[in-house]
Write a protein that binds this ligand. Structure first.
Ligand SMILES: NC(=O)c1ccc[n+]([C@@H]2O[C@H](COP(=O)([O-])OP(=O)(O)OC[C@H]3O[C@@H](n4cnc5c(N)ncnc54)[C@H](OP(=O)(O)O)[C@@H]3O)[C@@H](O)[C@H]2O)c1
Length: 349
């Protein structure tokens, strides 16, 4: 491939506009060449944001564009598989946003198609580069926590019942898979587990909104073969917000209250946050660290968030043959954990 990867973006909603287009257009080696959206309003928005892009109102037209090397899919969860398969069949390298697929068998079909086509397949697991997650990894690597016994993740608040695809089971909506896609992937990364094998999974599902058929709270417990516990609490039914990540070790407990700053900055500035810089660091006042070591708080390095790292890697893979950072095989393992948690899902009652 040449030293420029020409990208076609499918979907220009929240993710397409804020989580993909600004990064693709700013990343060295990538160029945003075309956007597919059926909506005239979104076409106008894309044209205003990026006057040079070609606009397509049908996915087939984007796939037929011979200049496009890489297709990035930012559409609802239920259409990821057919869109990925069509893109690979058209000979395009392909990235899909999370959640890669509704379940592991669907992801397996995508992997097979990518091998058949001999084209790259990756998933936008940008939250591997969240400031809090990277800081957790760094604190463990620096020995600040001792032996790590457990991680607790709370993504709780009050939403809905609402409308649109996120509130419909048929579109693989529901907050469990929306956020679980990130958290289960992080859990495998954090535990350095290559596979879902040997991980004990238990989950409790609630459906408290009769108006919709998606879950309102799921509490999942993972127990890794190493003994590490991972609690994942995802809810839309709690009137009080709770964004919390907690790492419990033999020598310290590290807690993050609130969210990585990148999403808020992207949305409010309407443009790209300068990822990897101090402004992409988790706010110090949101971090609570209790340790048995002297000056532990000073030793804690807050690592900046860096979603652009995902895109730099994609350019590096396609131009220089570097190793892919987010491998579809890894994401498939996270989906296997999600499927095991979903085995406890009684469905809407
Ligand atoms: N990685 C992250 O941090 C992050 C953050 C947010 C969202 N996401 C992910 O991004 C994806 C899209 O979410 P979103 O929030 O952007 O949704 P959204 O705002 O509803 O936008 C969805 C886009 O997909 C298009 N679309 C809808 N149904 C389609 C279909 N059947 N075929 C083709 N295109 C279709 C939409 O329609 P038009 O054709 O009318 O434009 C729109 O452009 C999801 O996988 C979501 O989980 C990821």
């Amino acid at each position: 491939m040449s030293d420029l990867v020409r990208v076609g973006l499918a979907g220009y909603g929240l993710a397409g506009r804020y989580f993909h287009a600004p990064f693709i257009s700013a990343c060295e080696g990538l160029r945003l060449d075309a956007v597919f959206t059926r909506s005239p309003e979104r076409q106008a928005q894309a044209r205003a944001d990026f006057p040079q892009v070609r606009l397509y109102s049908a996915y087939e037209y984007l796939l037929a564009d011979r200049a496009i090397d890489l297709v990035v899919i930012a559409t609802p969860h239920d259409v990821h598989e057919p869109m990925v398969l069509a893109s690979l069949a058209a000979g395009k390298h392909t990235i899909t946003d999370k959640i890669m697929a509704p379940d592991a068998p669907s992801a397996e079909r995508m992997l097979e198609a990518s091998h058949r086509a001999g084209r790259l397949l990756s998933v936008y697991q940008n939250r591997r580069w969240d400031s809090d997650f990277r800081t957790m990894l760094r604190a463990v690597a620096d020995g600040l926590l001792g032996e790590v016994w457990g991680v607790e993740i709370y993504i709780d608040g009050h939403r809905g019942p609402g409308q649109g695809w996120r509130w419909e089971r048929a579109h693989v909506g529901g907050r469990f898979r929306d956020w679980g896609a990130h958290i289960f992937d992080q859990a495998l990364q954090f535990s350095h587990a290559d596979s879902a094998e040997g991980v004990d999974v238990w989950a409790d599902w609630q459906y408290r909104y009769p108006q919709v058929d998606v879950e309102t709270e799921v509490v999942t417990h993972l127990r890794f073969p190493t003994g590490l516990r991972y609690l994942i609490h995802i809810s839309v039914q709690q009137r009080a917000e709770r964004w919390e990540r907690r790492v419990v070790g033999s020598r310290g407990t590290l807690v993050f209250y609130g969210q990585d700053p990148q999403e808020e900055a992207l949305r409010s500035a309407d443009r790209l946050i300068v990822a990897g810089t101090p402004e992409a660091c988790f706010a110090r006042e949101g971090i609570h660290f209790v340790s048995d070591q002297a000056q532990a708080a000073e030793k804690l390095v807050v690592v900046p968030g860096d979603w652009m790292a995902y895109w730099r890697n994609i350019a590096d893979v396609l131009i220089n043959g570097a190793e892919l950072a987010v491998k579809p095989e890894q994401v498939l393992e996270a989906l296997r954990l999600i499927d095991r948690a979903a085995a406890f899902d009684p469905g809407p009652t």
